[in-house]
Design a protein around this ligand. Structure first.
Ligand code: BMA
Length: 320
C-alpha cells in the first residue's frame, strides 16, 4: 500500500502547544524552536521569542512529556549581544540544536541579524544557561543552518542556505576545527517555475542519521500572488558524502492547513527548526513555528518517511 503524504505527520490535538500567552514576561510571539531530548528524557525547546520591539532572542522551555506542562525560563535564556557581536544588532533567530558527543556539548546554529542581513552564527552550551559564542561562521546573506553531530572523515559539516542570486539553494561546508569553514559544496537546489519548492529552499530541523542516509526535512517557499507559502518536503543524503542527494520527494509532505498555521504575523508558514527522536529510534516529534506566531507539534516516523521517499523515487521525476 502506498503511503500518502498526509499520513506522514499528525498534528497534536493540543496545538498550538506554546504561544505568547504562556510566556512569563511580555512578548509578541514564540515560534521556530530548536529541540533536543536532555539526558533525563526531558524535552527542551530553545524557542525564538520576538519581543515587542520586533527583535528576537531565545528562551528555553522544558517539559517532561514534550507536549504540555512546559517550564519556561522566567527571563530570556540567550539574548543578542550586539556590543561584542555587532552582527546580532537586530536579534538572534531560528536556533537549530545538535548534541555533539565528542565535545559533550550542544551546538546552537542560529541566524544573527544586522544591517548587512542575516548570517549564520555558532555557539555551544552544556546547560542552556552559559553560552560560548564562536561568532559568525557564514557571512550574510545566509541562514537555515545546522551542524551535523559528528565529524565525517575528520571534518565537521554545516548545512546552510546562502542567497546569492534569484534562486537560493542549500549548501554544505566543512571545517577541521569549527572555526575555519571551506570546501563549500552545493547540496540541494531549489526547483523552478510552478514547483512547491521553486526559488527558495532551506533546511528545517537538523538531518536525522539513519542507516540509509541523512534524512532531511526541508522547507520550500512558493511565491504566490497572495504572498509566500512555506511547505515541507523530504530528501535523503549519503552518510559519507552528505552533499550527495540519494532521494528527493517530488511532493510536499506538510503544509499550512490549520487556522493557527494560516493566520498570524506571517500567514501560511509551517517552519520546524527542531525535532526529537524517541528512544525507539523511530518516533519523530516535529516542533514547528506556525505563522511566525506560535509553536505546534506533529508526530511522524523515520521508517514511514524512508518508505515514502523510496516510493517517490520510483516515480521518475520530470525535468524541473
Ligand atoms: C524565513 C525565516 C523564518 C520565518 C519565515 C517565514 O525566511 O525568516 O524565521 O519563519 O521566513 O516568515
Amino acid at each position: 500500500m502506498r503511503t500518502h503524504h498526509s499520513d506522514l505527520f499528525h498534528r497534536h490535538k493540543f496545538n498550538p502547544i506554546l504561544t505568547a500567552a504562556h510566556w512569563p514576561y511580555p512578548v509578541n510571539s514564540v515560534f521556530n524552536a530548536g529541540a533536543t531530548l536532555l539526558r533525563d528524557g526531558t524535552t527542551l525547546l530553545l524557542c525564538r521569542v520576538e519581543d515587542r520591539r520586533g527583535l528576537s532572542h531565545f528562551c528555553a522551555a522544558r517539559s517532561v512529556n514534550g507536549v504540555d506542562q512546559w517550564q519556561i525560563d522566567s527571563l530570556p535564556t540567550m539574548m543578542a549581544d550586539p556590543e561584542h557581536y555587532p552582527e546580532e544588532l537586530w536579534g538572534i533567530e531560528d536556533p537549530r540544536l545538535t548534541y555533539v558527543s565528542e565535545l559533550n556539548k550542544y551546538a546552537i546554529v542560529y541566524t544573527a541579524y544586522s544591517r548587512d542581513g542575516p548570517g549564520v552564527a555558532l555557539a555551544f552550551t552544556e546547560d542552556f544557561q552559559q553560552f560560548e559564542r564562536f561568532g559568525v561562521i557564514m557571512p550574510p546573506e545566509d541562514k537555515d543552518a545546522a551542524l551535523l553531530p559528528h565529524r565525517i572523515d575528520g571534518q565537521w559539516a554545516v548545512i546552510h542556505r546562502p542567497v546569492s542570486g534569484p534562486r537560493a539553494h542549500m549548501w554544505i561546508s566543512y571545517s577541521p576545527d569549527l572555526h575555519n569553514w571551506g570546501a563549500h559544496k552545493l547540496m540541494l537546489e531549489a526547483r523552478r517555475g510552478a514547483w512547491w519548492d521553486a526559488t527558495k529552499i532551506g533546511l528545517s530541523s537538523p538531518p536525522i542519521e539513519t542507516p540509509e542516509g541523512w534524512l532531511m526535512i526541508y522547507h520550500g517557499v512558493r511565491q504566490t500572488a497572495a504572498g509566500c507559502l512555506y511547505r515541507l518536503g523530504l530528501a535523503l543524503f549519503d552518510l559519507q558524502n552528505p552533499e550527495r542527494c540519494l532521494k528527493r520527494g517530488d511532493e510536499w509532505i506538510f503544509g499550512p492547513q490549520e487556522p493557527y498555521e494560516q493566520q498570524g504575523d506571517v500567514a501560511n508558514v509551517v517552519f520546524p527548526c527542531g525535532h526529537t527522536v524517541a528512544p525507539d529510534g523511530d518516533t519523530v516529534r516535529m516542533y514547528y513555528g506556525a505563522a511566525d506566531t506560535s509553536i505546534a507539534l506533529a508526530t511522524g516516523s523515520v521508517r514511514s518517511m524512508l518508505v515514502w521517499l523510496e516510493q517517490q523515487s520510483r516515480t521518475p521525476s520530470i525535468e524541473t
